[in-house]
Design a binder for this molecule. Structure first.
Ligand code: AMP
Ligand code: MN
Ligand code: MN
Length: 333
C-alpha cells in the first residue's frame, strides 16, 4: 500500500513543526548504498532550501562512504554517528527496512517527531509517520514526493542526489520497477541540467584496478548448483576479509559483485556471501522471478524486496549457503 493522503499530510506537518534553528537529524541504513545516501542528502539539501540551518545526516557503523558517492552534493551534511545530534527535534529516516539497520542510532526514534521514508515491502513498521511505498522504485521517489509537498523546487544539486538513488536502485533503469513514472521522474531530474552520462560513469563504470582483480578472483570460485531452488538453479560465491586485504580494497567494492553473478543464465537464484567479521557474513540474494528471496532474508532476520534481499549470516560461508538452499526448498514446497 502506498502512503495515504493523511500520512503525507502528517509528514508535511512533522517537518513544518520544526523551527528554522531546531536540530534535525537524517539517518540512512548501515553500509549505505546509492539510494540510502542519495535520498537522504537530496532531502537534506531540500530542507536547507526551506531555511533549516541545523541539519546533520548520518548512518550507523563504519563511517566509510563508498567511492562512487563521495562527491554527492550535500556531503557536507554528513557526519559520523558519534557526531549525530543526540537529542534532535525531528528525525527523518531513509531506505531503512527494519530497526536493526539503524544500529546504535535506533534510540533516535525517541525524538519528538520522526518520519520514515522507505520502499521495502518487508518494512517492519517503526517510527511515528511512515511513508513506506513498496511500489516505489527507490526511496528517492518517496523523498521527491515529500519535497514537492513541502514546496521545494528541484535544483541540480538535489536532482543529482535523487538521480543517483534512482539509477542505482533500478540497476540503471533495467529492473521491473522501471515504470513510466520512474522515467518521468528521471526526465524532471535531468531537466535541471545534471549530466546522466558523467554520473553513470562515476557510479557504475569506474573502479580501482585492485577491485577488478578481486572481482575476478571471487567470480572465479563461483559454484553453479542446478538442483537448488527446486531445480531452478542457484549460483553462489563468497569473499573473505582476507580477499579484501590481499587486494587492499574496502568492503564496499563487493556491493556490486552480485551483478555479474546474477547474470548466470542457468540459475534463477544468485547468492554472494561477504565476510564482515569472525564467522559473520553479509548475504546478498537475487532472483529472476521464480522465488521471493525476501522471504528467505526475513526468515534469517533480514529483509528486502521480492527479487533482491539480504541478511546477516553466521558460521562458515558454506553453512550460510546451505541455510539459503534449505530455505529455498522450504519456500518452494
Ligand atoms: P544488497 O544485496 O545488500 O544490495 O541488498 C538487497 C536488498 O536487501 C536491499 O533493498 C537492502 O536494503 C535489503 N537488505 C540487505 N540486507 C538487509 C538486512 N540485513 N536487513 C534488511 N534488509 C536488508
Ligand atoms: Mn538501500
Ligand atoms: Mn532502496
Amino acid at each position: 500500500m502506498s502512503p495515504s493522503a493523511e500520512q503525507w499530510a502528517a509528514a508535511v506537518a512533522a517537518v513544518r513543526s520544526a523551527g528554522p534553528g531546531d536540530e534535525i537529524l537524517l539517518i540512512c541504513h548501515v553500509n549505505p548504498d546509492g539510494d540510502a545516501l542519495g535520498s537522504m542528502l537530496g532531502f537534506g539539501l531540500g530542507l536547507r532550501r526551506l531555511g533549516f540551518t541545523n541539519i546533520r545526516a548520518t548512518f550507523p557503523g563504519d563511517f566509510t562512504v563508498p567511492g562512487p558517492y563521495q562527491d554527492l552534493p550535500g556531503r557536507d551534511l554528513l557526519v559520523p554517528e558519534e557526531d549525530a545530534w543526540s537529542d534532535p527535534r525531528l528525525v527523518l529516516i531513509f531506505d531503512v527496512a527494519g530497526e536493526s539497520r539503524l544500529g546504535a542510532l535506533v534510540d533516535r526514534l525517541g525524538a519528538p517527531r520522526s518520519v520514515v521514508l522507505d520502499h521495502h515491502a518487508s518494512n517492519t513498521g517503526f517510527g511515528e509517520v511512515r511513508l513506506v511505498d513498496p511500489r516505489a522504485a527507490a526511496t528517492s521517489v518517496v523523498a521527491e514526493q515529500l519535497l514537492e509537498r513541502l514546496g521545494v523546487p528541484l535544483d541540480a544539486e538535489i536532482a543529482e542526489c535523487l538521480y543517483v538513488a534512482l539509477a542505482t536502485d533500478t540497476g540503471s533503469f533495467k529492473f521491473d520497477m522501471t515504470t513510466v513514472a520512474v522515467h518521468e521522474l528521471a526526465a524532471r531530474l535531468i531537466a535541471t541540467g545534471i549530466q546522466p552520462g558523467e554520473i553513470s560513469r562515476r557510479i557504475f563504470d569506474s573502479k580501482p584496478f585492485g577491485a577488478m582483480k578481486l572481482t575476478g578472483e571471487v567470480l572465479g570460485r563461483a559454484v553453479l548448483d542446478p538442483a537448488a531452488a527446486g531445480g531452478r538453479g542457484m549460483v553462489w560465491t563468497y569473499a573473505t576479509l582476507g580477499d579484501l586485504e590481499r587486494h587492499a580494497q574496502p568492503a564496499y567494492v563487493l556491493d556490486t559483485l552480485i551483478d555479474p553473478v546474477r547474470s548466470v543464465a542457468e540459475a534463477d537464484v544468485s547468492v554472494v556471501v561477504k565476510q564482515t567479521g569472525e564467522k559473520e557474513w553479509s548475504v546478498s540474494l537475487r532472483s529472476k522471478g521464480a522465488v521471493d528471496v525476501s522471504g528467505v532474508a526475513v526468515a534469517q532476520g533480514g529483509g528486502g524486496h521480492r527479487l533482491a534481499a539480504g541478511f546477516t549470516g553466521h558460521g562458515e560461508a558454506a553453512d550460510v549457503v546451505d541455510t539459503v538452499r534449505r530455505l529455498l526448498d522450504d519456500y518452494l514446497n
